[in-house]
Design a protein around this ligand. Sequence first.
Ligand SMILES: O=c1[nH]c(=O)c2[nH]c(=O)[nH]c2[nH]1
Length: 326
Amino acid sequence: MSASDLSELTAARYGKTKVRVFRIVRQGTWHHIVEYNVEALLEGEISTSYTKADNSVVVATDSIKNITYYLAKISPHILNPEKFALHLATFLVSKYAHITKAFVTVEQLRWSRIHVAGEESPEGHPHSFYRDGDDKRVVRVEVDATFGKDKLVGKVTAGLSDLLVLKSTGSSFTKFHRDEYTTLVEVDDRIFSTSIDLSYTFSDISISAPADEKKLEFIVPLQQGEPGYKGSVWDEDVPSRARTATLETFAVDESASVQATLYKMAQRIIAENALVQSVTYALPNKHYVPVDMRYLGVDNLTPAKAEVFVPIAAPSGLITATISRK
Ligand SMILES: O=c1[nH]c(=O)c2[nH]c(=O)[nH]c2[nH]1
């Protein structure tokens, strides 16, 4: 039996990742900026590149990078990561006959306008910005041309990552299962800190295939404010409402556990966003352990006296769940 009888290619996807893009859109002296980390991966009739060293089916990852920068230059949708991701994925499956699916992830880094005391605009400075947080807005798009290049289906998941939060009270963890392996003590007051990863999904959307020869045109059916508009996956309100719901629920919830708080956050996102079908959180429980000072005769352990803590980097709990619209 030869080696080729023993194995077969069952999945293949490739492309470019960590394409760093910064873009300025100038409206006179009023500038808009975005900074993205883009990943664009392809699937299709590419198996012979793996099995037969046939590079003729390979759109070089370098070309995928070049297309990403070109669209960042010419796309009217660059300022909205959902629309830009859909544009890039639609371009890739439309341009290349043998590519049936494109998977684009856009991570948006935070840049907010600096507010200068006494200056005119309440929206902030026209061209000066600061990094106001390490969390990222994240958009994942799949454009599927399996049903035909003129019947493109878009699957959009959006959300955020690395939103680090902490509350110094309003969190307990009691009445959990106990057995011979249990050493954890019940606490009715503890620190709760987590780095929030959130993603929410929308129903599939149908996308008009670009009619122009260069496949660069990507048509957005209806825009916010136009008659007949019923909301869409690229509404700017959805990410901002989701971020606010996450932060506010975390802040005000009398948390019985990470699980119970997670569930309330997700319920609020579903209630507030008609187009969101499901919500997934991944919440590491970043433990803060009070330092035992009993050997000094100092009480730093009873909850009301616990003031000095060791932040524990690892291990952490990891609580995840998906909550779906009924
Ligand atoms: O909120 C929590 N959920 C858990 O599942 C868990 N497990 C644990 O040790 N501490 C905590 N806290």
